[in-house]
Each structure stands twice: as structure tokens, then as C-alpha cells.
Design a protein around this ligand. Sequence first.
Ligand code: PLP
Length: 430
Amino acid sequence: METSTYHLRCRECGKTFDNQPRSYCEDCFSPLEVTYDYDSLRSRVSRDVIASRAPNMWRYRELLPLPAEYQPSLPVGFTPLVSAPRLGDKIGSRRLLIKNDAVCLPTLSFKDRVVAVALANARSFGFDTVACSSTGNLANSVAAQAAREGLKAWIFIPSDLEPAKILGTQVYGAEVVRINGNYDHVNRLCSQIADGHLSGERPWGFVNVNLRPYYAEGSKTVGYEIAEQLGWQLPDNVVVPMAGGSLITKIKKAFDELILLKLVDPKPVKFFGAQATGCSPISTAIKQYSNEIEPQRPKTIARSLAIGNPADGPYALKAITKSGGWAEDISDPEVVESIQLLAESEGIFTETAGGVTVGAARKLIHQDRILPDETTVLCITGNGLKTTDVLANAYEAEPAIATKLSEFESYIATRVAALPAVAETQSLAV
Ligand SMILES: *Cc1c(COP(=O)(O)O)cnc(C)c1O
């Protein structure tokens, strides 16, 4: 095997492995992760080299596990980092920023980042079929990028996912397997199928099972982009939605690597995790000062986050508590209200996971765990058009009127009369 600047290493016992489709240690069965030869990277990566490249996640290619000579076929990433003064005003932060992964990605969620890295490796490992267990966004992304790469895709999902997420998988021609059960059941089945691959039975690359160490590295690009977009500085706080708990740990890994490579000055960053109360195994453990994650049976509208037994839960918990951060969870009605708050104040329409992030951030600010003058980045990870069903009863259909000026004049008179008094005084004050 040719020498590579990265390889696999067990997160617990430290045993190292050559690059291969494998996610757990053969000795202690703990998860594997990708590690790099940072000494050799230090001389090859600089702010200038990165800045000279196209604005997408491949500009950080040395820091990703990509096969030699890999040529990406899609520009993925470099989503906007925007200030959010109106939302900040409403929830009590004067330096609030939004990393907006609801836009500028092939299937409108941050999962496109992880899938791009996973598929780069699927090809080089010789798979012609890729697969995944998914709470929805991963399904969309694997299906779309597999189509783009000419790979076959098998997608395993809980049967009750949002219609837009099912359709948004089928449209790419993927094989969709709906399973009567929750994500944790689906994932267990996929692990059994993927293990068949080890004995040569079913040579599939499961992006979040046997390719998981490579897949997970894609999430680091959220962290690199935040630092670069802040002018190569780290924020004081980041608030991240948690499902399996991988994204939050990888943003931390990204910041640690940037410090190690001297691309940013060292600085403590607090990590805050967000969950829906109906599926909150990680935030519950943190709020109870426990190191044990108790699996839960998910019951929430935030389906993209509905993982009751989070694979990276213990690592997310450690990243949060060691940083001096915290975690919070919010109810389903608060998720809907927070989606509306973000849309009305900043013009960003996020899915349920983004509502979870905004609502949890508001709680954390009210608890003084996040202070008003600190730089706080909210990670908005998916697009609201995929979960419109949660807003189905939120708005009344407006009556249609004829194309006549007089009709509009009497219509607007009734609308203005119906406006709440508060809104009127506000508009007078402007
Ligand atoms: C998958 C997902 C997450 C959380 O990802 P983990 O890495 O599993 O914690 C957050 N937001 C959205 C929209 C997702 O699809």
C-alpha cells in the first residue's frame, strides 16, 4: 500500500490500521477515526494556499481523507456565515452569526459534506454500490451524489419520514427500503448487512457504517469555514444540533487542527449541543451531570435528529463538558416557533433541526451560559422546504381576490384593520 498522509486509529486503544472500509477496532471494538501526519501537513497548508482555491470544501483537501489524485466532480460547501442582528436582538445576543448550511449545497443540508468525502473513498475502495441508514438528509445526499458519480444506491429509512425527504431520495433513482421501526432499528440492520461485506457477501459501501470514519471527517469543513470566514479566528461559542453527535465533535476537531497547524491563534471555544426534548439522550446526560448516555425511544417532529442511541454521544458529551459548554433541549411547539422566529427575523427558512438550534440557543442565552457580547455561531444544518409538514396548520390560506384595484383597496382595508395594535405602533415608530 502506498504511503498516505492519513490512516485509521482506534479512539480508545490507539491501534492503527491501513486505510480500509472499517469503522471499529478488531481488538477492543471501539470506533476508529482518521488521523493525519500533522508534521508533514504543516509545511503544505497555509492560509494563502487555501485562499487561492475555489470557494468550496475541497480548498481544505489536505485536511480531508482523500485518495491520492482524487478529482472532485461537485463543488460542495463554503456556505454563508452571516450576521444575525435581528434574531440576536430577539434572543439576547449582540454578536450572533449564522452558519447557513440550509443553502448552497447540492441537497440543502450539511450531510452533503460528509457524503462527498465518503463517496470519494467508496470509489477507491472498489465499491460500485453505496448505502446508508438515514433520518432523511443523509438519504437525500447519498442518493443525489451517487447518481452524480454513477454509483448505485441503497437507502434504508424509518417508514415514517417526512414525505419531502422520501421523494427527495426516490427522485435520484435510488433503491429506497422503508423499515417499520425507528432509526436505531434501521441502523442495526445496516450494520448486519455491512458486516456481510467483510465476508465478501455484499460489497456495499455504507457511508455511515463501514465508511463512517471517512464520512465523519467531512463535517470538519463546517469548522474550517467558520474560522476562515471570521478572518482566521475562532468564535467564543458554537451551538450545534446533535443526532448521532458526530458534527459537534468534528467541528471541535477542526478548530483543534487549525490551532495545531498555526492557522489560527489558540483560543478556548465553548461547544453547546442542541436536541429536541422528545429525543434528548445527550442533553439529558449533560443536564444530569452524568457520563452515561441512556438510550431513548425518539418521539419528536425533529426527525433528522431522532437518534435515540447516538453513536458519538459519549464523545459529544466530552467535547461539550470539557469546553465549559452545555446542552439544552426544546419541545416540539418551541421547534415550530423557533423556525418561524428565524425566518421572520433573518429570512432564513430552516428545517426542524435548525429550529432546535435556535430554540436551544435562546434558552442558553437566558440561562447566562452564553453571554450577549460573546461571538456566537449557530449552525443551521438543513433547509425548511424539506419539513413543511410541521407548518401545515400554522397559516390560513388567504382568500383569492379579483384583479381589480377596487377589490385590492377594500381587501387591504380589512387586512390593516386586522393587524395587532402593537404592530401598528411599531411601524409608526420607524
Ligand atoms: C444529521 C443531521 C444533524 C446531526 O448530525 P450528527 O453528526 O449525527 O450529530 C444535524 N442537522 C441535520 C439537519 C442533520 O441532518
